[in-house]
Design a protein around this ligand. Structure first.
Ligand code: IMP
Ligand code: MG
Length: 189
C-alpha cells in the first residue's frame, strides 16, 4: 500500500494518506465505462456535462476512450463550504451554456456522497427537456446516500472515507494527484 504524509496543511498536517486506486486501476475502469457508454449510445452524440471542478480528469479520460462522437459542457455547483462537511444545500455557481433540449445528456461527476448534488443536477438538467439524462460518477459512497438516487454508470463503490486526488480535493488541495488517496478511517476531519 502506497502512503504519503500530508504536509503544510494546518490541522491536516501529518495525516497519512493511503492510495486506494492507482493510476492503472483507474485507467482500466474508466476504459470499461467508456466501452459501456459507447455501446449504449451507438448512433447518438451525447453531450457530456462535467461537474466542475472535481470531474475534469474523469471527463477527459473517459471522453478520450469513447468510440462515439460526443460534445462537452460544464456546470458548477457548490455543496461544501470547506473541509469535509457538506453544507446540506446546493447552489448553482455556473450554468451550462449549450442547448440541451432534445439532446442526450450524460452528467459526469467525480463522487456521489449524500446524493444531494446529484439530485439537484439531474433536476436542473431535466428543466431543459433533454431527450435523455444519464448520470456517470467515478465514485459512489453507498453508505452515505441520504436519498434514493441511482447513477447509471459508477466506476467504484467506496467505503465512507474522505478521498482526494484525480480531481477530488480537500480545500482545493490534492486535485492534481494522478491517483486516488484516502484519509485514515475514523479520522475526525
Ligand atoms: P453530495 O452532495 O453529498 O453527494 O456531495 C457530492 C460532492 O461533494 C462531490 O461532487 C464532491 O465534490 C464532494 N465530495 C463528496 N465526498 C467527497 C470526498 O470523499 N472527497 C472529495 N470530495 C467529496
Ligand atoms: Mg464534485
Amino acid at each position: 500500500m502506497r502512503t504519503r504524509v500530508v504536509e503544510d496543511m494546518g490541522k491536516y498536517t501529518g495525516q497519512i494518506l493511503e492510495e486506494v486506486y492507482s493510476q492503472e486501476v483507474i485507467e482500466k475502469r474508466v476504459t470499461e465505462l467508456a466501452k459501456q457508454i459507447s455501446k449504449d449510445y451507438v448512433g447518438k452524440v451525447p453531450i457530456l456535462i462535467s461537474v466542475l471542478n472535481g470531474s475534469v480528469f474523469f471527463l477527459a479520460d473517459l471522453a478520450k476512450r469513447l468510440e462515439i462522437d460526443c460534445e462537452f459542457d460544464f456546470i458548477k455547483v457548490s455543496s461544501y463550504h470547506s473541509g469535509t462537511q457538506s453544507s446540506g444545500t446546493v447552489r448553482l455557481l455556473k450554468d451550462i451554456s449549450c442547448i440541451i433540449t432534445d439532446r442526450d445528456v450524460i452528467i459526469i461527476e467525480d463522487i456521489i456522497d449524500s446524493g444531494l448534488t446529484a439530485r439537484f443536477l439531474k433536476h436542473r438538467i431535466l428543466e431543459n427537456q433533454p431527450s435523455s439524462v444519464a448520470f456517470a460518477s467515478l465514485l459512489l459512497k453507498p453508505e452515505c446516500l441520504k436519498l434514493e438516487f441511482s447513477a447509471d454508470y459508477v466506476g467504484f463503490e467506496v467505503a465512507d472515507r474522505f478521498l482526494v486526488g484525480y480531481g477530488l480535493d480537500l480545500d482545493q488541495k490534492f486535485r492534481n494527484l494522478p491517483s486516488i488517496w484516502a484519509f485514515p478511517v475514523n479520522m475526525n476531519l
